[in-house]
Design a protein around this ligand. Structure first.
Ligand code: SF4
Ligand code: SF4
Length: 205
């Protein structure tokens, strides 16, 4: 009796599973021939971060908000925003790293940033050969004039048109702010920028 009941249960269980999965065998398959065809990213897609180092006040709010401790920030002294130039001046940023081996792409770090210099970007793929390459040093990127990662596939010579457009967009962005970006880790340069900042108006704290 138990023997036949077990057979019945097994068949019923398999049938219940097939009821869910079988229709997919006959559904239309949608395949994007990536990387030849550009993947469709939704407007609020959370990809690899973009970071405006010259507007970062190194307050560490992003690092504190990160649930996995993926962000490391260090500075040589306090930084504040010079509103006239939309620029952070004072101490230098001596470290800004995000560890993408642990990042969840939750976006919490961007929500707490008081200067909105850290945002979730649209680069979706950071394929590389070694795990260490996933720890991104944004100071090194800033010295190369970059706001976000440039993964290996974006450096290949014969890119599809859409990828070349993405590469050129990030390579050409904010050319007029390149010196500020490249020298944001230089204490003397940042101190000199602070001296050039307009003094606060009287009566305004
Ligand atoms: S929260 Fe924003 S301003 Fe503060 S350290 Fe992070 S990126 Fe810089
Ligand atoms: S997206 Fe989330 S997990 Fe990644 S660095 Fe920001 S707070 Fe941390």
């Amino acid at each position: 009796m138990y023997y036949f009941r077990n057979i019945y249960r097994a068949v019923r269980t398999v049938a219940a599973g097939l009821k869910v999965t079988l229709p997919y065998h006959f559904a239309r398959t949608v395949v994007v021939q990536y990387p030849d065809v550009e993947p469709t990213l939704q407007p609020r897609y959370r990809g690899f971060h973009t970071y405006q180092i010259e507007r970062c006040i190194a307050c560490e709010a992003c690092a504190k908000a990160c649930p996995v401790g993926a962000i490391r920030v260090a500075k040589s002294g306090p930084r504040k925003i010079d509103k006239a130039r939309d620029l952070a001046v004072g101490g230098a940023i001596t470290q800004y790293q995000i560890d993408y081996t642990t990042c969840l792409f939750c976006g919490l770090c961007t929500e707490v940033c008081p200067t909105e210099c850290l945002k979730m970007g649209s680069i979706h793929d950071n394929s590389c050969y070694r795990r260490e390459e996933l720890v991104t040093d944004f100071i090194r990127l800033a010295k190369q004039g970059r706001r976000t990662i440039e993964p290996l596939w974006l450096t290949k010579p014969n890119l599809p048109a859409w990828a070349a457009r993405v590469r050129d967009f990030w390579r050409n962005r904010d050319r007029d702010r390149r010196e500020w970006m490249a020298r944001a880790d230089d204490p003397e340069y940042c101190a000199a920028l602070a001296k050039q900042a307009a003094p606060p108006k009287e009566g305004v704290s």
